[in-house]
Write a protein that binds this ligand. Structure first.
Ligand SMILES: NC(=O)c1ccc[n+]([C@@H]2O[C@H](COP(=O)([O-])OP(=O)(O)OC[C@H]3O[C@@H](n4cnc5c(N)ncnc54)[C@H](O)[C@@H]3O)[C@@H](O)[C@H]2O)c1
Ligand SMILES: O=C(O)C(=O)C[C@@H](O)[C@H](O)[C@H](O)COP(=O)(O)O
Ligand SMILES: [Zn+2]
Length: 374
């Protein structure tokens, strides 16, 4: 890990030319948010807006707000209900109403203080308000090591996940790992699912490290967590730097998401957490790999990983197979009449396949419901 001595935090960069930005990972960084915003020359003359949710409001908002105010910022706050349903057009409009009422102008910044829901929503607010204002990510979940990096911002439509959105990069990611210590266990597990994904798509050694450190990660040992988040963000930063707008390589970050997003939509964005849905999806992708003749260790390894972190491996029996298939057809990954699947070819390696027969996908979905094989 590269440590910045002055900040006592690990530092990574997302390299995107003149839009490159730092990711700071360390303890108690929210206390230094004001100082960090000044270092990015965010204007103190224009009001700023923090977007957060009800859970994070109670736990971490006052620290963030006080730090910004101490640095000379005027801060408006918009709080959305906790949970995926806040990634909606109606909440987007409500955020923009608050921004207008608070007098945010083109030099203002939007600060996302929260998990992936807040980050995706606030990012889309920043991208669309006055056609774009400055944007800072302050992730407070483990899952948000993925969502706060890379600039995919969006809200959901009842028929499809993340379907209304943009690519809009933040100017800085301030990842305070002490905020993670208040996360409920179910959210810890769900967040770690994306960390496992980063190992499975890119780096077998990191995947093995995750398995070896499952207990420490689940019990939130902060130094272990910091390393895991650093390594996960490093994978994400490298992929995004090579292919910001998902022309090709970036699609690998969607391992488990073809099935996972469909499960979230069928569960009406609430029954399954994102990390849970993609865990089932990653088992589905490993089953596909097996049927397509890829290495024999992929499915047992993936299953071992998902189980070690207490994540689900089966689709709830009440979910209708045809509803799941239909939700997959509305996904961004369905184009030119083809489904796109990220299929593992070894541990730490994947390929993008457009030739997976729909009948095989349906068979796997059915098995994931009944648990007959896999
Ligand atoms: N943009 C991207 O690249 C990207 C990547 C991955 C996931 N996502 C999106 O991220 C979303 C999921 O993110 P998430 O899992 O962080 O969900 P989330 O934002 O809903 O947070 C999960 C829960 O934890 C609570 N919470 C947040 N921080 C907390 C803290 N420090 N202590 C206690 N509770 C806290 C929240 O209030 C919420 O109830 C999904 O919408 C998914 O599609 C986006
Ligand atoms: O950043 C990416 O690219 C990803 O695919 C990361 C995913 O974990 C994330 O869930 C993303 O929002 C999915 O992207 P989408 O384009 O399929 O909505
Ligand atoms: Zn995801």
């Amino acid at each position: 890990m590269h440590i910045n001595e002055q900040l006592q935090a690990a530092e990574l960069r997302v390299e995107l030319g003149d839009r490159s930005y730092p990711i700071w990972i360390g303890s108690k960084l929210v206390e230094r948010l004001g100082e960090l915003c000044l270092s990015k020359q965010l204007s103190t003359k224009s009001p700023m807006m923090i977007i957060t949710d009800t859970h994070v409001e109670a736990l971490h908002l006052s620290t963030a707000k006080q730090s910004l105010e101490a640095a000379g910022y005027r801060v408006a706050v918009h709080v959305v209900p906790a949970g995926e349903s806040s990634k909606s057009l109606s909440h987007l409009e409500a955020c923009i109403t608050t921004a207008l009422e608070a007098g945010l102008d083109r030099k203002s910044a939007v600060v996302a203080l929260g998990g992936g829901v807040v980050g995706d929503l606030a990012g889309f607010v920043a991208a669309s308000y006055m056609r774009g204002v400055r944007f800072i990510q302050v992730p407070t979940t483990i899952l948000a090591h993925d969502s706060s990096v890379g600039g995919k911002v969006a809200v959901n439509h009842p028929l499809a996940k993340n379907i209304i959105g943009a690519f809009y990069q933040p100017e800085m990611v301030v990842y305070d790992t002490s905020t993670l210590l208040t996360l409920p266990l179910r959210e810890v597990r769900a967040g770690l699912a994306e960390m496992l994904k980063h190992g499975l798509i890119w780096d077998q050694r990191f995947a093995d490290w995750c398995l070896e450190h499952a207990d420490e990660l689940l019990s939130l040992r902060e130094e272990v967590l910091q390393y895991g988040l650093y390594a996960g963000c490093a994978v994400k930063a490298q992929v995004v730097s090579k292919d910001e707008r998902e022309q090709d390589l970036r699609a690998i970050l969607n391992l488990g998401h073809t099935i996972g997003h469909a499960l979230e939509a069928v569960g009406q964005y609430g029954e399954l957490l994102h990390g849970e849905a993609i865990s089932i999806g990653m088992i589905g992708s490993a089953m596909l790999a097996e049927r397509l003749g890829e290495a024999a260790d992929i499915l047992p390894y993936t299953r071992r990983m998902i189980e070690a972190f207490g994540l689900p491996t089966q689709i709830p029996a009440s979910y209708d197979t045809e509803d799941i298939m239909s939700a997959m057809m509305h996904d961004k990954k369905f184009s030119e009449g083809e489904m796109v699947f990220v299929v593992p070819t070894a541990i730490g390696k994947v390929e993008i396949r457009r030739d997976v027969p729909v009948a095989l996908v349906r068979e796997i979905v059915d098995e994931l419901k009944g648990g007959a094989r896999g």
